[in-house]
Ligand binder design. Structure first.
Ligand code: ARG
Length: 476
């Protein structure tokens, strides 16, 4: 119910930390509409850590006494415990996480609590909180991502010599090894990890000290606050510090790329589990059945990851659009940065967690993969390359093999099923050794150059990747 306007009545200054200049209470709808505590309470730990660092620094530069800073510290620690024990009374009237915690501090420790906000604004406070939160979120995501990469290395190693059809246009192209295919996924994730790590260093800068927008007259030691909070440095311009959300956009863009990668992988997993492909089986614990069709085992988890990719793209667009029209410096619009960011992190964390366990535990149907490789003339290029070795120009060899493929397709057989005499009919230089090349294994083994699909190359790349991971992300 909207509250009555009371121009004649005094506002209740006790209700709001900013109530001094107001002569009527906030409209109840407006109070609910502008409040963010419903979602930004997720920042409580960062808000408290930021406040403790700020108070510690204020005492160090003599703005607070050590005793005051200590009272603030212990009051905030108690509040943290209340929140974690679910004993904290969150209030919409107190708008956001920052004012809920500050008001509670004042309730608890009285006058000294009112000094915490010296030389600070919610503008630099909230920017600090989100950066701290996102930094931790990135670290947790990197742990999941590295776990998934390690799982892929194990799977790739197990299946380094298992042949399967490689596709272009989803048509059979050339034999590849299953391990090589898994390593393609690994490389995608490696770039993703680089992007997250790179983004992290721009997230990890301190806004505090910017205050509302212009800095503050108190002699704050920003470098000290930065050190206390583990930031790599301070934001260099106060206007930019309170209004910049590039770091959130950049992170969400990296997250969108990761989801795109997972979605591509999901699409392949879904195809490969279908009865028509039957290349792999997913662990039962990652699938569900149908309420009507008893035979069904549905790949729900990859399907959901593919489906969830859209919402992360949406969040990226939301954040870009949020920022595009904002004049300097802080605008309330920025309160809208949190939900997209939180949901991006949650969606990505869940998707990575699922893949890190599901994919390395999939079962490869090697026999089916081999049979599938034998259909679709996957070794036609090998025959052409063989003829080049016998002195034909590649274009002529291509033509010769094309005719051989035509004959085999008329017969409904593979190239390797044609008699030697029949092959010689296309070119007399063909000898019996050709059959070795026409096997999927021979074809894959021939692509023995760095980045190629030969089992030896796959093993070499796995070893390199293991060394790299041991260096950049030692297993804990
Ligand atoms: N809840 C606000 C946000 O999320 C905190 C900053 C509010 N600052 C202000 N001047 N109203 O952005």
């Amino acid at each position: 119910m909207p509250q009555e306007s009371r121009p004649d009545a005094p506002a209740n200054p006790a209700a709001k930390l900013w109530g001094g200049r107001f002569s009527e209470a906030t409209d109840a709808f407006v109070e609910a509409f502008t409040a963010s505590v419903g979602f930004d309470r997720r920042l409580y730990a960062q808000d408290i850590a930021g406040s403790i660092a700020h108070a510690t620094m204020l005492a160090d530069v003599g703005v607070l006494t050590q005793a005051e800073a200590e009272a603030i510290r212990s009051g905030l620690e108690e509040i943290r415990a209340e929140i974690e024990a679910d004993r904290f009374d969150w209030s919409v009237a107190r708008e956001d996480v920052h004012m809920n915690i500050e008001a509670r501090l004042i309730d608890k420790i009285g006058e000294t609590g009112k000094k915490l906000h010296t030389g600070r604004s919610r503008n630099d406070q909230v920017a600090t909180d989100i950066r701290l939160w996102l930094r931790d979120a990135i670290d947790a995501l990197l742990v999941q991502l590295r776990l998934y990469q390690r799982g892929l290395l194990d799977l790739a190693e197990r299946e380094h010599a298992t042949v399967m059809p490689g596709f272009t246009h989803l048509q059979t192209a050339q034999p590849v090894t299953f391990g090589h295919h898994m390593m393609a996924w690994y490389e995608m994730l490696e770039r993703d990890a680089e992007r997250l790590t790179d983004c992290r260093s721009r997230v990890n800068r301190l806004p505090l000290g910017a205050a509302a927008l212009a800095g503050t007259g108190y002699p704050l030691d920003r470098e000290m606050t930065a050190r206390l909070l583990g930031f790599e440095g301070i934001c260099r311009n106060s206007l930019d510090a309170v209004s910049d959300r590039d770091f959130a956009i950049e992170f969400t863009a990296s997250a969108a790329l990761i989801m795109m990668h997972l979605s591509r992988q999901a699409e392949e997993l879904i195809l490969w589990t279908s009865a028509q492909f039957a290349f792999i089986d997913l662990p039962d614990r990652y699938c569900t059945g149908s309420s009507i069709m008893p035979q069904k085992k549905n790949p729900d988890v990859p399907e959901l990851v593919r489906g969830k990719t859209g919402r992360v793209y949406g969040h990226l667009m939301a954040l870009l659009t949020l920022m595009k029209g904002q004049p300097l410096a802080y605008n309330k619009d920025n309160q809208e940065d949190k939900e997209p960011l939180f949901d991006t992190v949650d969606t990505l964390a869940g998707s990575l967690r699922a893949f890190a366990d599901m994919v390395p535990n999939l079962r490869v149907n090697a026999d089916q993969l081999l049979q599938a490789t034998r259909r679709g003339f996957a070794t036609a290029t090998d025959l052409a390359d063989y003829l080049v070795g016998k002195g034909l120009a590649f274009r002529d060899a291509h033509e010769v093999v094309g005719r051989a493929v035509w004959l085999a397709s008329q017969r409904g057989c593979d190239l390797a099923d044609l008699e030697l005499d029949e092959l010689r009919g296309f070119d007399a230089r063909i000898g019996p050794e050709v059959y070795e090349l026409l096997t999927p294994e021979g074809s894959a083994a021939a692509r023995d150059l760095p980045g190629g699909t030969a089992p030896a190359q796959v093993l070499a790349r796995i070893a390199e990747a293991r060394e790299h991971l041991a260096r950049v992300a030692p297993a804990t």
